[in-house]
Design a protein around this ligand. Structure first.
Ligand code: SAM
Length: 272
């Protein structure tokens, strides 16, 4: 057993494994499925939110790679799934390099197993709230050239950071570390000021002790200092749907958006 896998507590639900369950993955345990089923029953849109978010990330990575960026830092990356950031990026930029970061030891264990012989990727166990430890990690500095533009991804992770933990200052830290022309993708739970938002926030708080649905203004503030690219910060299914790589239906904009799908937004920005 590796050090990372020995840290995995199967008796407590984890954000990464519940998300994996909602996406239809197999890397989850009974405790995760109990919570995942509660989400599915009490919050019927949670599966659609997970898929809409993941497809938004895939489309954004494709766009970033097409812009010529060949290095990615994916913070709060989650468990390996069908289309990971390095696979999407390398479809367009074959030698794209990706550092995956997650605080959950299961991500490290599974990621390292999957990527063991991939010289273009690294997996680090670290906390998004301690960006310096990620920036200075030897796995990061060995793969990422901070003299050249980098894509920094915070996909569906900053809403797990409470206000007093400074989500805005985390994004600002990374802005200072990368040169002009670098890209930032953020997706985030968006408050609709409706019963669905309040219920979802309550379920997340009671399960994980964290989970913040932020207003449009609060999410916009995470991009301060950056040039937000078209179409702006919008519900994930509406973010450049024409570039969809997923089959039509879930996670695409080819159907009327439900209130749930409006509760997750994505935005891509560039450091001027
Ligand atoms: N980024 C992936 C995506 O969008 O498909 C996965 C998103 S998943 C909802 C959130 C991930 O953030 C989980 O894997 C969880 O372990 C990770 N996470 C939560 N809090 C974190 C923290 N403080 N530091 C690092 N990762 C964290």
């Amino acid at each position: 057993m590796t050090e990372a896998s020995s840290q995995v507590d199967q008796s407590k639900p984890s954000i990464a494994r519940v998300y994996d369950y909602l996406l239809g993955g197999k890397d989850n345990y009974e405790a995760d499925r109990v919570v995942g089923d509660k989400f599915k029953n009490d919050l019927p849109g949670s599966v659609a939110i997970a898929h809409a978010n993941r497809q938004n990330l895939i489309r954004a990575v494709r766009e970033i790679a097409l812009a010529g960026i060949d290095q990615f830092i994916d913070i709060g990356s989650g468990l390996p799934t069908a289309d990971n950031v390095h696979q999407v990026a390398q479809r367009h930029v074959p030698d794209a390099r990706v550092v995956y970061i997650d605080s959950d030891p299961i991500v490290l264990a599974h990621g390292r197993a999957l990527l063991a012989d991939n010289p273009s990727t690294r997996v680090i166990q670290a906390d998004v709230r301690d960006p310096r430890s990620i920036r200075e990690h030897t796995e990061t500095t060995s793969l990422i050239d901070f003299e050249r533009p980098v894509a920094v991804i915070h996909s569906a992770v900053l809403h797990h950071i409470n206000d007093d933990e400074g989500p805005g200052s985390i994004v600002r830290y990374w802005q200072e570390q990368v040169p002009p022309g670098s890209y930032f993708f953020v997706s985030h739970f968006r408050s609709g000021d409706n019963p669905e938002t309040r219920e979802a926030e309550a379920v997340l708080q009671s399960t994980f002790g964290r989970g913040r649905w932020r207003t449009d203004e609060e999410i916009q503030a995470l991009f301060d200092g950056l040039e937000i690219l078209e179409p702006g910060i919008v519900p994930s299914p509406l973010w450049r749907p024409g570039t969809a790589v997923a089959p039509a239906g879930v996670g695409s904009a080819e159907h009327e958006l439900t209130v749930w799908e409006r509760l997750i937004v994505g935005g891509l920005a560039r450091k001027p």
